[in-house]
Ligand binder design. Structure first.
Ligand code: AHM
Ligand code: MG
Length: 343
């Protein structure tokens, strides 16, 4: 028998809520709606190779990338699962250019939901893990049943009240935080329940993995080039050389590093001065989770959670993982900054 008692995600959410006597239960209800969406997307992702759903829709998203059918499907499932709960005043998705209002016939609540419905979807054809990422904020415009606005979405990551991801891998795993510990649940497909499998995740202190697309080496900041070379040198005390692990699917890469210890990087480079990943849908929620697990997230200079977003689809360089690793890459970048003022 397993040592820990069986804990479904629904029960966990409710027990967490009880620890906060001032809680109204709205956030719990919102998270429960997200759990349903995760189960539906998981079912569909698992069938992807079978039902011929994979392939292009023939359209491009606002980033100019080709959209997979499953991205669209996941976006729609999330919207449908979340629109009517009465807890949200507005949503925004990586797959949609503008903010997504709550339909007029539904009650508007005090929360804001930002999501990347299916991150890493270019991997689906190869049966590589993909993930859903979500970020929940409180509205800043006055409550009272009115529609949320762009202003409600453009808040720094520090203001998140909850964030999480769902990793569709060898199992489907949902990891979430409300800032008080990070918890992971594995979906039992027969029961249709997420069961607690990772209680209070803490990123291991002894890191040994780095994850970055090294094909872009030529275009990197010289400080980053030096840092990667440093990680490849031999030094037993600092566990170097590190192992290189890069799936190319951020949720899977960060999940692994969260469990094993390591740093994930998607830097700026001379071709993409802001990197690739989106602040609101990808970096802020992952930064909140990793920080809540004892790690750190930086744009190379500043704490990601303190960045003030200016637009919905803004990108940022992203360095996330063990504190010591992130501090070290910041140091390497700062040391070379005098030679290279801007990348
Ligand atoms: P997407 O939002 O279009 O799926 O792109 C994000 C993904 C991340 O999951 C992953 O870390 C990154 O793109 C990989 O990019 P690259 O192929 O440039 O290394
Ligand atoms: Mg994405």
């Amino acid at each position: 028998m397993a040592e820990q008692s069986l804990m479904t995600i629904q029960r966990h959410i409710l027990e967490e809520e009880r620890k906060h006597p001032q809680a109204t239960g709205e956030l719990s209800a919102l998270l429960s709606d997200l759990v349903l969406a995760a189960k539906i997307i998981s079912l569909e992702v698992n069938k992807a190779g079978l039902v011929g759903i994979i392939g292009y829709t023939g359209s491009t998203n606002i980033q100019g990338e080709q959209v997979r059918k499953l991205d669209v499907f996941s976006h729609e499932v999330l919207f449908k699962a979340m629109e009517h709960g009465g807890h949200l005043c507005v949503m925004a998705s990586e797959e949609e250019e503008n903010i997504i209002p709550i339909p007029q016939n539904f009650v508007k609540g005090k929360y804001v939901l930002l999501f990347d419905p299916l991150d890493g979807s270019s991997n689906i054809d190869a049966n590589v893990s993909v993930g859903t990422i979500f970020s929940i904020l409180k509205r800043v415009t006055p409550d009272g049943g009115s529609d949320g606005t762009l202003q409600d979405c453009l808040q720094p990551g520090l203001k998140q009240v909850a964030a999480g991801y769902v990793l569709y891998g060898s199992s489907t795993i949902l990891v979430y935080t409300t800032g008080h510990g990070v918890y992971g649940f594995t979906l039992d497909p027969a029961l249709g329940e997420f069961l607690l499998s990772y209680n209070n995740i803490r990123i291991p202190a002894a890191s040994k993995i780095y994850s970055i697309n090294e094909g872009n080496y030529k275009y990197w900041h010289p400080g980053l080039k030096k840092y990667i070379k440093y990680l490849q040198e031999e030094d037993e005390k600092s566990r170097r050389p590190y192992s290189s692990r890069y799936i190319g699917s951020m949720v899977a890469d960060i999940h692994r590093n969260l469990l094993y210890g390591g740093i994930f990087m998607y830097p700026a480079d001379s071709r993409n001065p802001n990197g690739k990943l989106r602040l609101l849908y990808e970096c802020n929620p992952m930064a909140f989770i990793v920080e809540s697990a004892g790690g750190m997230a930086s744009d190379g200079k500043k704490r990601v959670l303190e960045l003030m977003p200016e637009s919905l689809h803004q990108r940022t360089p992203f360095f996330v993982g063990n504190k010591e690793d992130v501090q070290m890459v910041e140091k390497f970048i700062a040391e070379e900054e005098v030679n290279v003022p801007a990348v």
